[in-house]
Ligand binder design. Structure first.
Ligand code: PEP
Ligand code: MG
Length: 889
């Protein structure tokens, strides 16, 4: 018999933290917490396998599930001495989803299940608190109504608002039991109208309705969007947790809260969190009431922390904090409830944190001896480092402060105000920077939050949906800016008499919570001490070298600052985008004979020499790979009358002749055209000029500084002859230049491997190459038969449909393009065992692709300068994972 249901709490723990895949994160950790004697109300978990089976079998449950659920429910009844549906001592339960990885706000929760017109009386009598009982019942109808029965949540809010208006009160807590009873009657009537059926009164029906809704919500659009954004396969499924209720809304000695064992924004080792007296969990998360800080250290004047309001429960919680960190050896995100001064744990999981916090926590935990250095390295998501490398507001800049909210997710951002997620997405796709402004966010807004540069909300606390999701995504976010009045209808936001409209520019600072009208000057980030420490550990752990793709001195300097160990790709054609040079470059391309080309090349030579000299100086003896010209012609051909006339004038041609020449040169598939070494072979004088510039610059720099060792790289080689011919040209130039200078330098000549044919004959090519660099941009284009320039029109659709798991131009297609790299590496090394191998396509900065490069034992990856730290960390993680895999083989 398959075990579909696992018990936890009250002395029976079928599960443990290791069963996360089967029980979901929440279920596994509830069992784990209960097994280390933390106060967990008893319950059970229906496994993720039930979810998978449910979807595999036409939304039907396994036949023996019902019996197992009945038995588990009976166990809870015995443990807490209450019975499901009992009119005197009713058992109430919560029903919550819990996937393998946490999906905040994605799945639905139902609390107080088991209440009906009769059990509510029992709850009132038993607790001696009618207000609490009716409040609990209306919460249940509200949650069940919206989550299970699909009633719009606004309908419920309208009813509460009208009862509040009648009673003339502002806070929910001021409503009397009779008021709540009226709310309940209003709810039931409205639900019956909306659904055509009375609100279900049988607790067993309620339970199965809720279980079905949790499984159903696994496939809802917002869960699908979240999974797509986070690469979570639908096949994982969700578990369902059913647990005896404890109540944070039974009076002023009750509370509920969410806390982190360390500060999730900064990483500071302080107990950080929020709580609400006399409330239930969803009040905190949904941002309906503004919560108060957990500990005194975070309380502002006038705010009463839990440490002061409920000292006994706080002290207990603080002990749990310590136990959990020592047990899990990671920062935990905890949900708790205090019922009549007694603490209960409802959830623990590894806490989401900002990139800065993640670094600080990893380094400090390693220094505290809680984890080792390898674990610290593995704890930081390389992609999240991007957040630390992004600009912050210049403190000296002039700013017009508009409002202030909570610093919910660090980083600064400017953009045009938009008020809906759809619009944010639409305008971001057109390349606009936008700030998404919402009263509060809900899971339906995820796509817009992702597309926006930053998020501003006027309601909700630091653990509200907007804050948690923005932190996870690394989007700057200011939450709960209550001084701002948002009017969706008029498309305006106003504060202190200042009015901004949709489309106006707004700047937010997610580190301070400040909001400014207009754009504010930003400055480059200063990296923290922990960044340096962790990078140092990563450097010691990695095997792959990390170089940068850089052409300009600024790129090269940035790359060095971020720890690049050389330049892996200098795209020389990018050196001619400058307006001063593009003219000569165009003349060279458009010249109709060798003499014309040579004249234009003579103008380009000094520029090239200066460029190389600057790069060699900055890189101070580190390897610099210079790729000879590989211009996709359409990027360089003159466009428009003025440009054509300018080139015609410089070349002494008339306009008709220049137009004819432009037509002659234009290509249907320029990315597969007269590019790379094909151009060098047609017009040898081009590569001759470049080789001369390289050698002359290297000799000159070598006179006063560490001698550079240029690595000259030939692009788009498909036959060995292409390499032989080009190599011979370069060697001839070297000979000439060395003779002229009366000295020589070391250099090497290698090739890009970026065409399938080059891969297949890599053993032959290696005979005449000193190194290979895999150009996985072109290799992806040619292996897939996808145009680099046009694939964007349909690739996203392919990814959405699951035809491809990821865009292969972003993350290497291991099965196809990866196989090519593997073959090329093997063949190359079969000819020359020590052949140096690198990668310089965009994949060189992508963590998953870097793991692949480690697996095939390339020597280095090369990526854009800002990705260098990402690559250093990803390379270290790949090495550690590789070593761990080997040790368990
Ligand atoms: C490549 O093709 O992967 C490459 C690095 O060269 P480019 O992108 O300049 O074609
Ligand atoms: Mg290429």
């Amino acid at each position: 018999m398959t075990k579909w249901v696992y018990n936890f709490g009250a002395g029976v723990n079928d599960g443990h933290a290791g069963l996360r895949n089967l029980l979901g994160g929440k279920g596994a950790n509830l069992a784990e917490m209960a097994s280390i004697d933390l106060p967990v109300p008893p319950g059970f978990t229906i496994t993720t396998e039930v979810c998978t089976s449910y979807y595999d079998n036409d939304k039907k449950y396994p036949a023996d599930l019902r019996g197992q659920v009945d038995a588990a429910l009976a166990r809870i009844e015995t443990a807490v001495g209450r019975k499901f549906g009992d009119k005197d001592k009713p058992l109430l339960v919560s029903v919550r989803s819990g996937a393998r990885v946490s999906m905040p706000g994605m799945m639905d929760t139902v609390l107080n299940l088991g209440l009906n017109d009769s059990t509510v009386q029992g709850l009132a009598a038993g607790s001696g608190d009618a207000r609490f009982a009716w409040d609990s019942y209306r919460r249940f109808i509200q949650m069940y109504g919206s989550v299970v029965l699909g009633v719009d949540h606004h309908r419920f809010e309208e009813i509460i608002e009208s009862v509040k208006l009648d009673a003339d009160v502002i806070e929910d807590t001021a409503l009397t039991p009779e008021d709540w009873q009226r709310v309940v009657e209003g709810y039931k009537q409205m639900v019956a109208e909306e659904t055509g059926k009375p609100f279900p009164q049988d607790p067993v029906d309620q339970l199965w309705g809720a279980i079905g809704a949790v499984f159903g919500s696994w496939m809802n659009p917002r869960a699908n969007t979240y999974r797509r954004l986070h690469d979570i396969p639908a096949s994982w499924g969700t578990a369902v947790n059913v647990q005896a209720m404890v109540f944070g809304n039974m009076g002023d000695d009750c509370a509920t809260g969410v806390c982190f064992t360390r500060d999730p924004s900064t990483g500071l080792n302080e107990f950080y969190g929020e709580y609400l007296v006399n409330a239930q969990g969803e009040d905190v998360v949904a941002g309906i009431r503004t919560p108060r800080p957990l500990s005194k250290a975070y309380a502002k004047p006038g705010e009463v922390s839990m440490e002061e309001a409920l000292p006994q429960a706080y002290a207990e919680l603080n002990k749990v904090r310590d136990v959990l960190e020592k047990h899990y050896k990671d920062m935990q995100d905890i949900e708790f409830t205090v019922q009549q001064n007694k603490l209960y744990m409802l959830q623990t999981r590894a806490g989401k944190r900002s990139a800065a916090a993640s670094l600080r926590i990893a380094v400090e935990m390693a220094n505290e001896g809680l984890i080792d250095r390898d674990t610290a390295i593995m704890r930081v998501n390389p992609a999240s480092l991007d957040q630390l490398l992004h600009p912050t507001l210049d403190p000296k800049a002039e700013k017009k402060r508009f409002a202030k909210g909570l610093p919910a997710s660090p980083g600064a951002a400017s953009g045009a105000v938009v008020f809906s997620a759809d619009e944010a997405e639409l305008r971001a796709h057109k390349g606009e920077s936008v700030i998404l402004v919402r009263i509060e966010t809900s899971p339906e807004d995820i796509h817009g939050m992702h597309a926006a540069r930053g998020i501003l909300t006027t309601r909700g606390g630091m653990t509200s949906h907007a804050a948690v999701v923005a932190r996870g995504m690394g989007r700057p976010c200011v939450a709960g800016a209550g001084g701002i009045n948002v009017d969706y209808g008029a498309q305006t936001l106003s504060a202190d008499g200042v009015l901004l409209r949709a489309g106006d520019i707004l700047t937010i600072d997610g580190a301070t919570g400040e909001v400014f009208a207009g754009a504010v000057k930003m400055i480059e980030p200063k990296l923290s001490g922990e960044f340096g420490t962790l990078m140092g550990w990563a450097d010691a752990a990695r095997r792959l070298k990390v170089r940068a793709n850089a052409e300009t001195p600024l790129d090269a300097e940035t790359a060095r600052k971020f720890g690049a160990e050389g330049i892996g790709l200098c795209r020389t054609e990018h050196m001619f985008f400058d307006p001063q040079r593009i003219g000569a470059m165009r003349q060279m391309i458009m010249a109709k004979d060798e003499a014309g080309r040579r004249a234009a090349l003579a103008k380009l030579l000094p520029f090239q020499r200066d460029d190389f000299r600057a790069l060699f100086k900055i890189m101070e003896g580190l390897p610099v790979t210079i790729r000879l010209l590989d211009p996709p012609l359409h990027e360089f051909l003159p466009h428009g009358e003025a440009e054509l006339a300018e080139v015609a004038h410089a070349l002494g041609m008339n306009e008709a002749a220049i137009k004819a020449r432009a037509e002659e040169l234009s290509e249907t598939n320029p990315m597969l055209g007269h590019r790379g070494c094909r151009l060098g072979i047609s017009y040898p004088e081009i590569y001759e000029m470049q080789a001369r510039a390289i050698f002359e610059a290297a000799i000159e720099v070598g006179k006063t500084a560490a001698a550079p060792v240029p690595e000259i790289m030939i692009p788009l080689v498909g036959t060995k002859r292409e390499l032989d011919i080009t190599r011979a040209q370069i060697e001839a130039v070297a000979k000439d230049v060395f003779a002229e200078a009366g000295t020589s330098i070391e250099y090497s000549i290698g090739t890009m491997i970026e065409l399938p044919r080059a891969v297949l004959i890599a053993d032959l090519i290696a005979e005449n190459a000193d190194f290979f660099s895999f150009g996985t941009n072109d290799l992806t284009q040619t292996v897939f038969g996808l145009s680099r320039d046009d694939a964007g029109k349909f690739l996203p659709h392919y990814v959405e449909q699951g035809i491809l798991t990821k865009d292969p131009f972003v993350s290497i297609d291991v099965d196809g393009v990866g196989a090519m790299v593997r073959i090329g590496a093997e063949k190359g090394r079969a000819t020359k065992p020590g052949l140096k191998l690198g990668i310089c396509g965009e994949h060189g900065g992508d963590p998953a692709s870097i793991a692949f490069c480690e697996a095939v034992k390339l020597d280095y990856v090369s990526c854009s300068p800002y990705r260098v730290p990402v690559a250093r960390l990803a390379a270290a993680q790949a090495a550690i994972e590789g070593a761990q895999a080997n040790s368990t083989d």
